[in-house]
Design a protein around this ligand. Structure first.
Ligand code: CP
Length: 317
């Protein structure tokens, strides 16, 4: 694997799952593969799980790790060509990227949607500049439109807990006080469309995700109807994705908060969320604390998904 930015980079999912289970059962099996290789992790945005799980994955493989918070410990970076750099950004990405590439063998980048320009976000301008100019394999640690390490961990978690070959998986919008990117729901939709499941997305009108991600998913605007018979409920907030309302918060309707009322019509579904989660906005205390909540196994599987991805990138160096 040359880079990892979406599900298509991973190839057949059954093989990736097999590899994930092999690593889960012996996570130090490849502990010399990364000897004398350096991972550089770059964060334009905050992180808890991605930072720790990816660093742990690199250590599982024997790699050296460097972590840089771009907007805290480093110079602020300009990303546009042609800008007269007389503002608060003393360095340009076009110099910074190859410099960083000189110190690393593999680069991980976290760069969220900026909500200034939908086209820029949906073209993944920052991530693609790293791929183009670093001269190194690059993987996404959540970009503007996708969070593939999370979706891979989500798929591993579903595979571990499903009790039927073709489960019903429901992605539901839930309210949040702030405008959040579409990366997690886009990515989850993309992965579920490839996985073997009956996939339904439910959200209020105005929260339609881009069709390039939702694919063949059934879109159901009635949340209770969508939840009927579900085996897995995946809750997430996202802001509007349409060009007309891109990045806007159109609703904070707390009747969409996932609680025992909605879970009661499911097939005793498991509850999933990528974390961090705002309790009693996205999900009630009782649902997230129930024995059917998978939020901690999902987070734990981030180490497994990152180990598989780094292993594949190391094997291709
Ligand atoms: N789920 C996830 O990516 O968590 P962090 O933002 O804390 O890394």
């Amino acid at each position: 694997m040359k880079n990892f930015t979406s599900v298509t980079d991973l190839g057949p999912l059954d093989q990736a799952i097999k590899e994930a289970f092999e690593i889960r059962d012996n996570r130090y099996k490849y502990d010399t593969l990364g000897k004398n290789k350096t991972l550089l992790m770059l964060f334009f945005n905050s992180s808890l799980r991605t930072r720790l799980s990816t660093q742990k994955a690199a250590m599982n493989l024997g790699m050296n790790v460097m972590v840089l918070d771009i907007n805290q410990g480093a110079w602020k970076l300009e990303s546009e060509r042609g800008v007269v750099m007389d503002g608060d950004k003393p360095e340009h990405l076009l110099e910074a990227i190859p410099v960083m590439g000189a110190y690393a063998d593999i680069i991980g980048v976290r760069s969220f949607a900026q909500f200034k320009n939908r086209d820029d976000d949906y073209q993944e301008k920052i991530l693609n500049q790293f791929i183009k100019y670093s001269g190194r394999p690059v993987f996404s640690m959540e970009a503007a439109t996708r969070h593939p390490l999370q979706s891979f961990a989500d798929l591993i978690t579903i595979e571990e807990h499903k009790t039927k070959a073709h489960p019903k998986v429901v992605l539901t919008w839930a309210p949040h006080p702030n405008a959040l990117p579409q990366a997690v729901p886009n990515s989850f939709a993309e992965w579920m469309n490839v996985a073997d499941c009956d996939f339904v997305i439910t959200h209020p009108h105005g929260y339609e995700l881009d069709a390039s991600f939702t694919g063949d998913a059934v879109i159901e605007y009635d949340q209770m109807k969508a939840f009927e018979g579900a085996d897995f409920i995946y809750a997430k907030n996202w802001s509007a994705a349409s060009p007309e309302h891109y990045g806007e918060v159109l609703s904070k309707d707390r009747s969409w908060t996932v609680g025992s009322r909605q879970m009661a019509v499911t097939n005793n579904a498991f509850f999933m969320h990528c974390l961090p989660v705002r309790r009693n906005m996205i999900v009630s205390d009782d649902v997230i604390e129930s024995p059917r909540s998978l939020v901690i196994p999902q987070a734990a599987n981030r180490e497994i998904s990152a180990t598989v991805v780094l292993k594949r990138l190391l094997e291709n160096l």
